[in-house]
Design a protein. Structure first.
Length: 264
């Protein structure tokens, strides 16, 4: 913990030092309050649906509590990112939050701990996690390959190894229409996901590779998707689509994202 300088300085010089965070789910949405060491409060803007079943004339469905719990989990993660980014900007340190359920899943309290800034905050501090795309074949990862001939079990094992290497939670399975299975892991603040499909021979194999990265600081390590030396996640979408076409690839549209057949 490296907040001795902030303790010795003034709020005007060092900014407000967060001590606690309250996350509350209410009928019309979620509310987040950051409490500093003087018990002064500040609300953070959140964008999420209400935590109470909105239909007064209908009973709450069995899936609703799970939906609220998932919203709460996503919001806790978003609050952690926003708070640590702001704390780094103002104090030069990171802010970690230890969450405790006050009334699960709609009320949470988090205790804030300041720590040294992540080495990846500084250029060259941590090598990126580079995925090199090979059109028609798959992708090359650090210490692994993901080819479109890869059986599903081997693809999931590779994904689990990525999570272990990056120190993030195990692969998360989710439903994605049109695919036999779909799982993803966090790489820094990026997201690497694989989809599998069942071939005519009945064998389930890797069918799509998907990567995304949020704006701003990319976490530790930074996820990079490279094609011919170009980081696709660092380029405007229209430029990436134009690159695909210039290289002679057929571009297809899948929902809100573009992709190249056999990899995305």
């Amino acid at each position: 913990m490296r907040d001795t300088g902030a303790e010795a300085g003034t709020a005007a010089t060092y900014g407000r030092i967060p001590a606690r965070v309250l996350l509350l789910g209410e009928a019309d949405g979620w509310r987040c309050v950051v409490v500093d060491k003087t018990d002064a409060e500040e609300c953070l803007a959140l964008s999420a649906a209400g935590a109470l079943w909105p239909a007064e004339d209908a009973p709450e469905p069995s899936w609703w509590p799970r939906r609220v719990a998932e919203d709460a989990e996503a919001l806790r993660s978003a609050v952690e990112r926003a708070l640590t980014d702001r704390t780094f900007a103002e104090l030069g340190v990171e802010a970690g939050i230890s969450w405790f359920a006050v009334e699960e899943p709609v009320a949470w309290e988090g205790l804030v701990t300041l720590r040294d800034a992540d080495a990846a905050r500084f250029p060259g501090g941590v090598p990126p996690f580079v995925i090199t795309l090979e059109p028609g074949r798959g992708a090359v990862l650090p210490e692994a390959h993901l080819l479109f001939t890869t059986a599903a079990d081997d693809a999931w094992a590779t994904l689990a190894a990525v999570a272990d290497r990056c120190g993030t939670p195990a692969p998360k399975e989710s439903f994605l229409c049109g695919w036999a299975d779909h799982r993803g892991v966090r790489v820094g603040r990026g997201w690497l996901a694989l989809s599998t499909e069942r071939g005519d021979d009945g064998v389930e194999r890797l069918g799509e590779i998907f990567g995304s990265r949020e704006p701003g600081w990319s976490g530790n390590p930074e996820l990079r998707f490279r094609l011919d030396g170009i980081d696709l996640l660092d380029e405007p979408a229209d430029d990436v689509v134009a690159l695909f076409r210039d290289l002679g690839h057929e571009v297809v549209r899948k929902g809100v994202r573009h992709g190249c057949p056999r990899w995305a």
